[in-house]
Ligand binder design. Structure first.
Ligand SMILES: Nc1ncnc2c1ncn2[C@@H]1O[C@H](COP(=O)(O)OP(=O)(O)OP(=O)(O)O)[C@@H](O)[C@H]1O
Ligand SMILES: [Mg+2]
Length: 762
């Protein structure tokens, strides 16, 4: 049993001495032989074990099992831990080949035989492999790559820029569409299904995709809330985050915001470690990383790889690409694959590099960095007439020789199938994602696809959105400002309209303009998702939450701000313009503006799910909204729109709020808008004197046979609605249709996410 001492513990003190989490970067600066999987695992308990102990400790320390883990020191000597030998995991990949079609450049001289075409030999980038056509040529990005990675070890993929490192990591991490990648990938001899890989692995991208306004601690805490199961209490999640912060050496930066170009935040190295932290929060069995050390100074890079070594030693397979590892980092790597133009030029332990290159006839000089030498040699060969073909061939024969010497040793898995091995690993405490190994009736139910139910995911996502917008109040401020300024201009331009024929015309203009501006001001929702999209893709690629939860919370989170904007806009314009209907009229006016904002923001959100760039998005939004206005019925009545365009009239989002406000405005049958001589107001006779107009009225009365005096009502509100062609829907139906449009676009947004954000190469 572990020894537990309760004492004054403050998280800022360095007294959290757990072997797995303790950092000792200083005394490891020399090249060490790699640890064997079994010895490593006995020194490094898994996260699950750590959490269990930490949980026990907090219960003992607080005495009541409550959620406040203070005043404690953990001293968990590795000698006391009874950790069984780790379950061996071997990821093998065999003959991975991946090619893409690229458009052929038409260069006239290239069609003729040229000396250049012979010079580079077989190792050109665009080696034809088949599938050649007049317009396309096949480019092989990975060519027959084989190898294996084991738990407890770090497999590093090395090579010059463009050699195919990221492509190989993508291929292994199942980020290349099924049909395109040839070859096999197996885990413990069984073909690895994509669903299984998703739940047992994690992928750390080359770019840090993080929310700039969240602190390091908050970012990791959100990851914990997404990835760790509900059964784990909040305090345990917090402990895991604290432990991770310690493990990643981020203690000094924990309360600092991530930052971006506009805001100062944590350093590049710290950001890198936060990215890694997010993906290892649930202790995956396989961890893929693309260039985790790029852009870091040598100490930070070493710290990152050291962290990765510890993760590996806790029973995970770590596969990463690295540009040019330093001497110290090389000491932490267990297996290397050197790539050159998509082909393997070396595969094996870093220890064997000197023998390999001396056998090849290029011994590594004393005191020279091995990887630098190897990369330089590869680059030299790439530029030579024969390319790297000789080295590729030499590597093949070297591999064959190694295999025949070893006699093809299979890892000892104690007779466990893959499912059993994963189950055993979970019971040892790996993969903290609500996994249970009790209900092993169906192995697929062993690891739940998602750690939390929908409502928890929605709550966490909404909390994060609110936190983000609270940190960037200027975004909402700008939007509110835009709405208020528009409202103010409209209010002053259309100040207290009267009920004359001119006033009616102006009312129509005001309503059409006001309704279309509500849509235009929604356009600023466009960059919101476009900026978040890659974070969303990263998070959903490894099942942090469901896409549906994201769409639902996205829709919910906008509501408060839309209510506020609608209230601001309707209050500034309704009484200033002199719209009709009193309080109930205002309430309906507010509701329809709110519905218009809702439909508009849903429409823009849907667009942001399908367009790739902000600028293209804006162009499309502006163009489509202009057409919506054109077909709304304001410029041309419905019955005057040509038959072949009438469908667009019904699609026009502006039509429904526009009609709803008109109905709200002109619904009173007793109200008169053209009375007596006002009939001449909008005609060429408008300028003649009143007495003449009265005479004209009299002669019209005689001709028509009805008495028309200066007080006779000639046009009521109903007549205006009739003239405008507003006859098919009631105002409430217009409101419901507008709301329904909003829901429809949210559903379309969901579909676009299902199909559009796959995060895979073709
Ligand atoms: N879709 C594609 N079409 C054509 N060429 C591609 C495509 N994707 C990648 N490549 C090419 O494949 C090669 C390997 O790319 P990859 O990103 O794997 O290189 P890398 O080794 O990771 O480089 P770096 O160190 O710069 O990240 C590059 O030459 C790249 O230009
Ligand atoms: Mg790369």
């Amino acid at each position: 049993m572990s020894r537990v001492v309760a004492e004054n513990y403050s998280p800022s003190r360095d007294s959290f001495t757990v072997p797995f989490y303790t950092m000792d970067f200083t005394n490891n600066n020399h090249l060490q032989p790699p640890l064997s999987a079994s010895s490593a695992s006995s020194a490094s308990p898994t996260l699950g074990q750590m959490l269990k102990r930490v949980g026990d400790v907090s219960r003992e320390a607080t005495g009541d099992g409550s959620d406040t883990p203070v005043h404690q020191v953990l001293e968990l000597g590795s000698t006391n831990l009874e950790v069984p030998r780790s379950i061996p995991f071997v990821l093998s990949f065999n003959k991975l080949t991946y090619s893409v079609k690229v458009r052929r450049k038409f260069k006239f001289p290239a069609m003729l035989p040229s000396r250049n075409n012979h010079r580079l030999g077989a190792a050109t980038d665009t080696d034809p492999v088949g599938g050649e056509s007049l317009f396309t040529t096949t480019k092989t990005l990975l060519n027959d790559i084989s190898g294996e990675a084991r738990d407890g070890e770090i497999l590093a993929v090395l090579g010059a820029s463009g050699s195919g490192k990221s492509t190989l990591i993508d291929a292994l991490a199942n980020r290349i569409a099924k049909g395109s990648l040839k070859g096999t990938k197996t885990l413990n001899g069984e073909v690895l299904g994509s669903r299984m890989l998703k739940v047992i692995s994690a992928y750390v991208m080359q770019d840090d995709l993080l929310f700039p306004m969240l602190t390091v601690e908050e970012t990791l805490m959100f990851a914990a809330e997404f990835r760790l199961p509900r059964s784990l209490s909040k305090s345990k999640k917090r402990l895991r985050v604290q432990a991770l912060i310690e493990q990643l050496g981020l203690k000094n930066a924990a309360k600092t915001v991530i930052g971006d170009e506009g805001h100062r935040g944590v350093s590049g190295g710290e950001r890198r470690r936060v990215s890694i932290g997010i993906d290892i929060i649930h202790d995956p069995i396989i961890l893929f990383l693309d260039e985790p050390t790029s852009g870091l100074d040598s100490t930070s890079a070493f710290m990152v790889v050291k962290v990765l070594q510890r993760i590996a030693q806790s029973g995970s397979i770590v596969i990463m690409s690295v540009h040019q590892p330093s001497y110290r980092i090389l000491g932490l790597l267990d297996r290397l694959i050197f790539l050159s133009r998509g082909q393997t030029v070396y595969s094996g332990s870093p220890m064997n590099l000197p023998v390999y290159f001396s056998d090849f006839g290029h011994p590594i000089p004393e005191n020279e960095n091995r990887t630098e030498f190897a990369l330089d040699l590869i680059r030299e060969l790439e530029g030579s007439p024969g390319g790297t073909r000789s080295l590729v061939e030499f590597n093949k024969s070297w591999q064959d020789l190694k295999h025949s010497r070893k006699g093809g040793s299979e890892p000892d898995r104690g007779g466990l199938s893959l499912k059993e091995a994963i189950s055993a690993s979970i019971s040892k405490g790996k993969l903290v994602s609500g996994a249970t190994n009790n209900d092993a009736i169906s192995p697929n139910s062993m690891v739940p696809t998602f750690a939390n139910p929908v409502w928890i995911e929605m709550a966490v996502l909404s909390k994060r959105s609110f936190l983000n917008s609270r940190r960037m109040p200027e975004l909402f401020g700008i939007r509110l400002g835009a709405v208020m300024v528009t409202g103010f201009i409209l209010a002053t331009m259309f100040w207290q309209l009267d009920d004359s024929p001119k006033g009616v015309q102006e009312r129509l203009g005001f309503i059409a303009f006001a309704m279309s501006t509500t849509f235009y001001t929604c356009a600023d929702a466009l960059p919101v998702f476009l900026q978040e999209r890659y974070i969303f893709m990263r998070e959903t690629a490894y099942n942090a939450y469901r896409r549906s939860s994201y769409v639902l919370s996205h829709g919910l989170v906008v509501l408060p701000s839309l209510i506020f904007l609608s209230l601001a806009f309707s209050a500034t314009t309704f009484w200033a313009v002199g719209l009709d209907g009193g309080l109930s009229g205002f309430l309906f006016y507010f509701l329809i503006i709110f519905a218009a904002f809702w439909a508009g923001s849903s429409f823009v959100t849907f667009l942001s799910g399908v367009v790739p760039h902000v600028m293209l998005g804006y162009t499309i939004v502006v163009a489509i909204l202009a057409y919506f206005l054109l077909f709304s019925g304001f410029f041309i009545n419905r019955d005057r729109i040509p038959d072949y365009w009438i469908w667009f009239h019904y699609l026009s989002l502006v039509k429904y709020p526009y009609e709803a406000v008109l109905l709200n405005e002109f619904q009173d049958p007793a109200k008169c808008f053209v009375r007596g001589v006002q009939i001449f107001d909008q005609s060429p006779l408008g300028e003649v004197s009143t007495s003449l107009k009265l005479q004209l009225l009299e002669s019209m009365s005689n001709t028509l046979g009805t008495k028309i005096t200066s007080s006779t009502c000639l046009t009521t509100g109903a007549d205006i609605l009739q003239q405008q062609g507003i006859t098919d829907l009631s105002k409430w139906n217009c409101l419901w249709v507008t709301v329904a449009w909003g829901f429809l676009f949210r559903i379309l947004f969901y579909i676009s996410l299902l199909f559009g954000s796959k995060n895979k190469r073709r």
